[in-house]
Design a protein around this ligand. Sequence first.
Ligand code: G6P
Ligand code: ZN
Length: 543
Amino acid sequence: MSIKTIETKPYADQKPGTSGLRKRVTVWQQPNYVENYIQSIFDVLEDRQGKTLVIGGDGRFYNDVAIQKAIKIAAANGFGKVMVGQGGLLSTPAASHLIRHYKAFGGLVLSASHNPGGPDGDFGIKYNIANGGPAPESITEAVFARSKVIGAYRIADVPDVDLSRIGTQKSGDMVVEVVDPVADYAALMETLFDFKAISSLFKSGFRMQFDAMHAVTGPYAHRIIEDILGAPKGTVINGVPSPDFGGGHPDPNLVYAKDLYDLLMSADGPDFGAASDGDGDRNLIIGKNRFVTPSDSLAILAANAPLAPAYAAGIAGIARSMPTSSAADRVAEKLGIEMHETPTGWKFFGNLLDAGRVTVCGEESAGTGSNHVREKDGVWAVLLWLNIIAARKQSVDQIVREHWKTYGRNYYTRHDFEEVDAAIANKLVDDLRAQLPGLVGKSFGNLKVSYADDFSYTDPIDGSVSPKQGIRIGFEDGSRIVLRLSGTGTVGATLRLYVERYEPADGQHDLETQAALEPLIALAEQLAGIKARTGRQAPDVIT
Ligand code: G6P
Ligand code: ZN
């Protein structure tokens, strides 16, 4: 095989964020931008010679170009084999499963998750390690350091592989195995859940709508929900992955999946609605007349997990990201199991899952998952909900209400201010941080501050410390205000304000969320001045 060593100049901006390197497609299209980044990843991975690398993506624009480059660079860097999904497709959780199942060395996930696609949209590359999870900061920082000094990359001078053909081919000396992206993943799901009970549920007339948002979960949902579980054809909509997600924004929230929401709120709507994002790791759950917040969904899935065969013996513990509401904490407390609060980013759950300290994890950003893979998993969350509904023979609304009656309700909202001038956003956070020491013990109306800090996380397994993960202001009644800068935006800064208020089991569970949280939202504005300083009248997105 002929391997070329090509001279290159470093880029200064290849710093991975919360979840890999995400940039506008036009940035990736710059000369050697993809090549530099992939070579920087490989340069920090020792012992890769002869090993297997999994590669797949969400099918967005530029996936097909980047994947061929990745295969040729892998061939030139000594990998023995690349396993790749047919058509270049693999959902993020399916990629995680393949890495684990075939004991691969690691994987490249080509996705910008829920960000829009197309020539003017976003693209991304993320490296996952042998446990199937996103690389920890020690690796991503080393990759960034390498990318700033890289002088050359290696690439095999060979033709493109045919990604449409399942089976084994060669790229130079390296074996390329093109696999069915769904088969192994579907088999895994079948071991976790009571497929018989879910099939009976569909046979009994239970109606569902799954919106794949023109993204990668289409083939997974068609195969698992319709073909295997027997839901009627048409249950899955927007099920063909498209490079620009049908011109939409593949983020399953109440703004971008509004049609689904409206359908579930209508008189003759289905019993259950769900959606997933660009790369299939997020989920949205809506019952008939009942939207379930991701934070509540985590708590409910954790409390009911033993209804599914894989978790019948109980769960070891729960982990949630810091801004996620503390609804799950109440479940852990009642069950007497471990509860962990980690920084935003799925990678922080990896050590806890590997050590068997937690079984179920979740984030307010619509991610839930378990120890079956090392990524959050949209289809998994939907199937666990279906398993719970089938076992309890109750509607989503009944399940949610009973949960609140047992554990209390955490009213919760997130306000996003997108594409804010980075200097203004940073100054705003710095100024709030400076106020924190003076806030503890202070009262605002009937809200008394019990703690105020900038969240710092010490990983209990490897002792690594991640400081400055977001500002937390907690009140004596369990209410909380959190402010942090997003680590996934690609333009300017995104400010996220998270607000939470606890109502006990015998409290008021039927308030309108924004109204219930109004005093806290007003206090956040008083302390941080987001609207005043950014000139914005209202958040861009409310979840
Ligand atoms: C991605 C990550 C999540 C994270 C979310 C929001 O989906 O995988 O772990 O919670 O982005 O992150 P951000 O930094 O934008 O708030
Ligand atoms: Zn995603």
